[in-house]
Write a protein that binds this ligand. Sequence first.
Ligand code: AMP
Length: 280
Amino acid sequence: MKIAYTVEEVRKQVKAWRQEGLTVGLVPTMGYLHEGHASLMKKAVEQNDRVVTSVFVNPTQFGPTEDLEDYPRDFDQDCKLCDSLGVSLVFHPEPSEMYAPDFCTWVNMDVLSKTLCGKSRPIHFRGVCTVVSKLFNIVTPDRAYFGQKDAQQLAIIRRMVRDLNMDIEIVGCPIVREEDGLAKSSRNTYLNAEERKAALILSQSIFLGQKMAEEGETDAAKIKNAMVEKIQTEPLAKIDYVEVVDGLSMQPIEKIEGATLVAIAVYIGKTRLIDNFILQ
Ligand code: AMP
């Protein structure tokens, strides 16, 4: 497995692969890799001749009061995992490699990026769309892999690729959970023992809402209220949002009919965690 720190090194490697007629998959990550990331890389290795994993804590998707500085990092461990899964190249640029001091070109999305996480993180998806576009331009993959864990992000990337005619197949991968139900996340490391227990309220409320919907409940407000009540039983939990939205437009709906996303964001202490389920 190779490690590249510059755009030029990645371009050179991908060009060589292309000359051999090989296909390329991309897995964008912010590192501190866990089994959720591993599931994306496994799928990418299955479906492509070569896989590039990017490990980059992208500063432009963090708001001024968010956890950019504290975000967990362990690049050596990340490389070991990538290597063990058959990844061919890890791209690990410095922020200065990705953003020139006078950088001023952004990929901005309307509508989809204004709800859910976009409400409490107003510049987040501009940063995500911009960095993912840059990675797509640098790696020029055939396929790129994203987790359903970040369901709004996945919907936004799919829309960006469609709207801007990017010739890349977007592959969504299911949420990987801890044995007790908590969705795996690099941010789970922020939780102390008491908070880790309290964090179970997210998956418990998700499973409750999912059960109601699967048993035929179509009233979005009833599902939402039941989930809110469940979360409120946990004293350490503070709700950012509990929403039932259309699976494509990310706009709130009243009645569940077609593809629907039920998504939550909850603070456990200072740590903001997200979870969701999808109804087709
Ligand atoms: P991150 O490093 O948090 O930016 O995540 C990189 C990619 O891994 C994103 O596409 C995430 O949706 C995906 N991912 C993170 N956690 C999980 C999980 N528990 N299950 C599935 N995919 C995940």
